[in-house]
Design a protein around this ligand. Structure first.
Ligand SMILES: CC(C)(COP(=O)(O)OP(=O)(O)OC[C@H]1O[C@@H](n2cnc3c(N)ncnc32)[C@H](O)[C@@H]1OP(=O)(O)O)[C@@H](O)C(=O)NCCC(=O)NCCS
Length: 271
């Protein structure tokens, strides 16, 4: 059995200047963030997640407005989506880097982690500190051209796995081992496997390389190649009370899960 995973990439320029798309609780959270870069990353991540959740839940009707979707941090820091105050039938994962953010969405209950990294030079000390012996050997064997891509990919795959395990960097990055993938072409999804030897868990996933950045995702159950979420303009905020009952009704959840499991709304294939 595989699960459908949908992804959305947004840039800082996509985020509205005002904050009326945030819920009151999210505005309180934002007010507590002092560092300008952290505030910008947080807003970009919330915007991306809200749009991904709204589009994933749209079905045949209008998507929920961004202000109707709330992305809360669980006690471990992992993002969780709510619509109208009720848990959305989705698992989500978030990453933000250098003015870009990605959100992946899968059916609720999926252990899901994604990560976005720049392909940039990383030192020998970085490789020695964070990679396992087989990963270091793969980096050593890589050509000078492939080295930066391979290191970014191994690091990103580890971060995805640590998010799927919900530990983040509380777990040593060498405790999750990436089967080093062969370099592959731009703009398509390629398979990836990360192992957590302590528990015997295997986290299958996908990676892609576009314009100087690497995107990875891992999940259990195993994910099918991620499909891009197609979005239009955001839905206007609903006049009157938020229809949380509509987006969490059993019929609607069944329709949404069916849409996700059939992989509708994507770009087809691995590219
Ligand atoms: C999860 C983690 C590895 C991501 O780090 P990163 O690569 O710098 O950042 P990314 O942009 O790729 O991902 C950040 C997102 O990961 C998600 N995330 C955070 N902790 C998570 C966890 N335990 N499991 C899954 N996802 C998590 C959040 O959505 C976060 O974005 P947000 O805070 O804006 O909502 C890192 O934040 C971490 O290890 N956190 C847990 C440990 C911790 O809290 N440390 C605090 C300082 S000691």
């Amino acid at each position: 059995m595989t699960v459908a995973v949908h992804w959305l990439l947004q840039a800082a320029a996509d985020v509205p200047a005002g904050d009326d798309w945030l819920t009151p609780a999210e505005r309180v959270r934002l007010a507590a963030l002092r560092a300008p870069r952290r505030r910008a990353d947080w807003r970009l991540g919330r915007w991306t997640a809200k749009r991904a959740v709204a589009a994933s839940l749209a079905g045949d009707g209008p998507p929920p407005a961004p202000a109707a979707v709330e992305v809360r941090a669980a006690a471990d820091g992992a993002p969780e989506a709510f619509v109208g105050g009720h848990p959305a039938p989705l698992a989500i994962s978030l990453s933000h880097r250098a003015g870009l953010a990605v959100c992946m969405a899968a059916p609720a209950g999926t252990a899901l982690g994604c990560d976005l990294e720049l392909v940039e030079p990383r030192s020998d000390a970085f490789v020695a500190d964070y990679l396992t012996a087989p990963e270091r050997a793969a980096v050593q064997a890589a050509t000078a051209t492939d080295r930066a891509l391979l290191v970014a990919l191994l690091w990103s795959a580890k971060e995805s796995a640590l998010k799927a395990l919900r530990s983040g960097l509380r777990l040593d990055t060498r405790w999750v081992a990436v089967d080093p993938p062969a370099p592959a072409g731009l703009g398509c999804w390629h398979p990836l496997t990360v192992r957590h030897p302590a528990t015997g868990r295997v986290l299958p996933g996908w990676w892609r390389h576009d314009a100087g950045r690497v995107l990875t995702v891992v999940a259990t159950p195993p994910p099918s190649p991620p499909r891009a979420i197609q979005i239009g303009p955001p839905a206007r905020p609903a006049a009157g009370p938020v229809r949380g009952d509509l987006w969490t009704s059993p019929d609607w959840i069944a329709a949404c899960l069916s849409k996700l499991s059939h992989g509708e709304g994507g770009d087809g294939g691995n590219c």
